[in-house]
Design a protein. Structure first.
Length: 65
């Protein structure tokens, strides 16, 4: 289960990325994924739990030493 604080943090991060991307008026595939993730975290849909597991796995993969 995802906590409210974690969902808020991810929504804020992806929200800031979304604002910067929209202002640049140029959107590539990975940027569209960031916008989609922002929508998922903001909406708290049931799919969020699966997506959050994937995002956590990717982040842990990059930060693993």
């Amino acid at each position: 289960m995802i906590s409210e604080g974690t969902a808020f943090t991810f929504a804020m991060i992806f929200g800031i990325i979304t604002v910067l991307l929209v202002r640049s008026r140029d959107m590539r595939a990975w940027e569209a994924v960031c916008v989609g993730l922002f929508g998922l975290y903001l909406g708290q849909t049931p799919v969020l739990f699966t997506i959050h597991g994937l995002v956590t796995w990717v982040i842990n993969g990059f930060s693993h030493t």
